[in-house]
Design a protein. Structure first.
Length: 105
């Protein structure tokens, strides 16, 4: 089975997404269903790590796919994918990306 590794930033992103959706929907179940949807899509891409749109402007081998309004950024690894970030699509993604690497994360 293909692996899905999560960076510390990605784990933080997932927690924040879950909190935000639960707060906005007033339902923990809605949030958990959305997080499960993300996990299922990640498993699909882990089985085919070269799928997704290439993002050469963000780094070597960085790829992405969308789940709802969120964009999942990942890098293929030998037996799956490494999740780098999950960001809302309305954010200024290049700026967020530069900021994270300038901080050394």
């Amino acid at each position: 089975m293909a692996r899905v590794l999560r960076t510390p930033l990605c784990r933080h992103d997932l927690k924040e997404i879950g909190r935000y959706i639960a707060e906005q929907s007033q339902s923990r179940d809605v949030a958990l269903r959305f997080l499960d949807r993300i996990a299922r899509r990640c498993a699909t891409f882990a089985a085919n790590p070269r799928a997704g749109e290439a993002c050469p402007d963000l780094g070597i081998d960085v790829r992405r796919f969308s789940v709802g309004n969120y964009v999942v950024f990942f890098r293929p690894i030998v037996d799956g994918i490494e999740l780098l970030r999950i960001l809302h699509g309305a954010r200024d993604i290049p700026s967020v990306w530069r900021e994270q690497w300038n901080r050394g994360e």
